[in-house]
Design a protein around this ligand. Structure first.
Ligand code: ADP
Ligand code: GLC
Length: 482
């Protein structure tokens, strides 16, 4: 039996802002329980729902030095769906309305605290991991501290680490002097072949340099980040570590995302009856959101963080043109004000056709995935993307740009061979996107049989965690042996 500890800054069902939470919360359930005891550690944020806080039991507490003072480290725990979770408590760091609130420097200190605490609690919780699986820059210091702690005592020697990059854009960068002070790490680590990048300290870089293996969340993104365009100025490092870099595509929690047994949707359906039943969800949603009630109208969904990454400048550019077509557009998302306002504007301008829901709602997201005919995801870059997987599962055909995980998971429609599960375009160009959407409209309205065959193929795809969890097991075996 091998002990694995996941460390992440967000994790369903406790706290979520994006796909990282889905991965950290669902992947641990899919390892072979006879060989792996996988547990998860995350911060105990004040903004978590009370319902989750009530489930947690206090284990212990102690003080740990960070940023020039002794800081309280509380440890809580709970079991959920067969997985043991640990929560690190410190109200000074983890209060606030959302996990990433505050300026960048505060973020660095908060997650330096978390990373050091993850290692410090191990002797106290009586769970010594053989491997710590770190996710994104917030946990980038764990492999670095692990290296540092090895000198301090026997306990940490031999613990392996894996660093998974969910998004290379966010690296946790601040000036070297401050980071040295905050972390308490010696000068030794603040040089260009370790944690320093372009004169600043870079937490993700530290993780990538010191982890035994590095992974990212699709094979295409694993290739892309070795190039300057996608490499976010770390492409040199990604090339240097390419022998230890694996691309493993994300999966979905097929229990939570199941059109047949989804309590959040009005009319559950499956691959046999979707032709009759799926459309009932569309009319229910039209009613719920105040859109024109028309079962025949092609409905396009967008559920996303509203950021540049997701290609919303392309959408902005062609939205007026698109709204001349026989389509309805349903948006659910929060993020940059310019995009929030843009969608509010179009919802006002095209009332009855466009619905802008500028907030976070897991329930509404389920209904959008279930109700729409197509799902638009024209990302500038996309390490994996889960929304297109959710769409496929609910027979909602993705229209995507061919990048990262979108390229690996959506097979473009081929009208001659009758293959494909969605539509895609190559260049980051608004009119290339628009003509792809219009091509999809044409198939939807004029070739319904082909469209429905595509829905059937989409719903029959298997993006459960089964295959990808097996790949992570293979990776662990390489590091730990049988
Ligand atoms: P990213 O992690 O880059 O945001 P992903 O596609 O991997 O993109 O995951 C996004 C996840 O967050 C999906 O589960 C999506 O449904 C969810 N999501 C994004 N915005 C919202 C929102 N406003 N309300 C509910 N769920 C959302
Ligand atoms: C990141 C990426 C997204 C990916 C998710 C989970 O947020 O932007 O593409 O699906 O992490 O790995």
């Amino acid at each position: 039996m091998k002990n694995i500890l996941f460390a992440a800054s967000e994790c369903v069902p406790f706290i979520k802002t994006g796909g990282l939470a889905d991965v950290a919360g669902s992947l641990p359930k899919y390892f072979n329980k006879e060989n792996y005891d996988v547990r998860v550690v995350l911060p105990k944020y004040n903004c978590m729902y009370q319902k989750w806080k009530d489930m947690m039991e206090y284990i212990d507490s102690f003080y740990m030095n960070l940023a020039g003072a002794d800081r309280y480290v509380g440890i809580l725990t709970c079991e959920y769906e067969g997985i043991r979770f640990y929560f690190i408590d410190n109200e000074y760091y983890f209060s606030g309305g959302s996990p990433y609130e505050g300026d960048p420097k505060w973020g660095i200190e908060k997650f330096a605290f978390f990373s050091k605490a993850v290692l410090s609690i191990l002797p106290v919780i009586g769970f010594r991991p053989d491997l710590i699986h770190c996710h994104d820059w917030q946990t980038g210091l764990i492999p670095v501290y692990l290296d540092n702690f090895r000198f301090a005592g026997e306990y940490y020697r031999g613990i392996k680490s894996v660093m998974t990059i969910h998004n290379l854009k966010f690296q946790g960068v601040w000036d070297t002097k401050s980071v040295r002070y905050i972390t308490g790490l010696p000068d030794y680590y603040f040089v260009p072949d370790k944690m320093e990048a372009y004169k600043d300290a870079n937490l993700l870089k530290g993780g990538i340099v010191y982890a035994d293996k590095v992974t990212t969340v699709s094979q295409t993104y694993a290739q892309e980040i070795k190039t300057p365009f996608y490499g976010e100025a770390l492409d040199g490092l990604m090339n240097a570590r390419s022998h230890d870099l694996w691309g493993i595509v994300n999966g979905l929690d097929y229990d939570e995302w199941n059109p047949e047994k989804d309590p959040m949707i009005a009319h559950p359906f499956n691959v046999e009856n979707f032709r009759k039943v799926k459309v009932l969800n569309k009319t229910s949603l039209q009613e719920e959101l105040g859109l024109d009630k028309d079962p025949k109208a092609m409905m396009i969904g967008l559920v996303s963080r509203l950021t540049d990454q997701k290609g919303f400048d392309l959408v902005d550019y062609i939205m007026d043109e698109l709204c001349q077509d026989a389509v309805q557009i349903v948006v659910l998302g929060t993020g940059e004000a310019k995009y929030e306002n843009m969608f509010r504007h179009f919802a006002w301008k095209y009332a009855g056709k466009v619905s802008a829901n500028i907030y976070y709602s897991n329930e509404l997201s389920h209904r959008i995935y279930a109700s729409c005919d197509a799902f638009l995801m024209p990302s500038l870059f996309e390490p994996c993307g889960l929304s297109q997987l959710m769409s496929l599962r609910y027979g909602t055909l993705p229209i995507v740009r061919e990048t990262g995980g979108l390229k690996d998971t959506v097979e473009p429609y081929n009208e001659y061979e009758k293959t494909g599960t969605g539509f895609s375009f190559t260049n980051y160009n608004a009119h290339e996107m628009l003509s792809t959407i219009r091509y999809a409209e044409q198939i939807f309205y004029d070739k319904k049989r082909d469209w429905n065959k595509m829905v059937e193929r989409a719903m029959n795809m298997d993006f459960s965690w089964k295959n990808s969890a097996a790949r992570y097991e293979l990776l662990y075996r390489e590091l730990l042996g049988e």
